[in-house]
Design a protein around this ligand. Sequence first.
Ligand SMILES: C[S@@+](CC[C@H](N)C(=O)[O-])C[C@H]1O[C@@H](n2cnc3c(N)ncnc32)[C@H](O)[C@@H]1O
Length: 344
Amino acid sequence: MGGWQNLILHGDCLTAMKHLSNELDEKIRLIYIDPPFFSGTEYTLKMKGIGDASSAPALRDTNTYSDRWNGGLEEYLRFMKDRLGAMIELLHENGSLWVHLDWHVSHYVKTILDDIFGYSNFVNELVWKRTNSPKSQSRGFGSQHDIILLYAKNASEFKTHSIYRKHDEKSLKPYSYRDEKGRFRLIEIEAHGIQRSETRRQFEWEGRTAPYLYKRETLDKWQNEGIIYRSKNGRYSKKQYLSDMPGVIVSDLWMDIPPIQGASKEFTGFLTQKPVALVERMIEAATEPGEIVADFFAGSGTTAVAAERTRRRWIISDSSEVAIDLAESRLAKLKAKYQRTTFN
Ligand SMILES: C[S@@+](CC[C@H](N)C(=O)[O-])C[C@H]1O[C@@H](n2cnc3c(N)ncnc32)[C@H](O)[C@@H]1O
């Protein structure tokens, strides 16, 4: 880590990655990218003018990047294929790539990623609920989610930490039992429904014969620990105490991270800005403090901010000067140290 400098690379990320492949001594643990989505939109930065008592502040638009492709889908997919191919070369053997897209092209990009990484290294398709109020449509249904495709360089070596979110009213509801150790819920230990196949052996335990999901020794251990609950009709379950759970385990459905909106504290005016909490979750799941995190389509610098806050080293690149300037102003507030290089 000696002599390390966080990096801001201004220019096409393909050039930036070629530079890194020659210069970087260490491989990257996690790459998150939020590239153009093939949305057909010209994006701008909304900058607030100064208002006074007689007039509200006006919003001024500065161009940031274009997501219009004259060569259509073919050109877009070629663009992505070249850059995704360069990313895998920079990844650590235990590293991962998280690609943020939506309905426009996530399925096409997945097939490219399957070719580059190998289908067996595909780990997850994460669904991020990015709005509470989908637009009403005369055809089909309003879209409410983005997709994040997660690939490991080598899935058999790749490990993630379990991530928990805070409890809410709904997740607390099942914790409706209480004893001297506190609030708890019941976890089934007998097979039900399709788990209850004919091949599952039943056995007698503590006076009840049932298709138990666990071995006798495990049930005995839980009984000794005092965490077996017997209902009035004689069925056994396992107690799970609320105080033993750091929260609700996060699945591939991410509904709890609100999007950036005009009124969000984090909002920089960059229209496709993503929440820091979203990238922090990925970083915390798949890296350790001190490891290197990169984002080659950095926009307003969300990934660098998330990496600073979670004490990771970072590299970001973007071809838009407006985006890079914005990222620098966010990083200045965190007193982040880095080196900026421009590629033409
Ligand atoms: C969706 S935005 C990223 C937003 C970012 N996640 C954030 O939270 O602010 C996509 C970014 O990719 C950048 N970009 C587009 N083509 C690029 C290229 N060839 N190399 C580097 N950056 C590029 C755009 O300038 C834009 O800032």
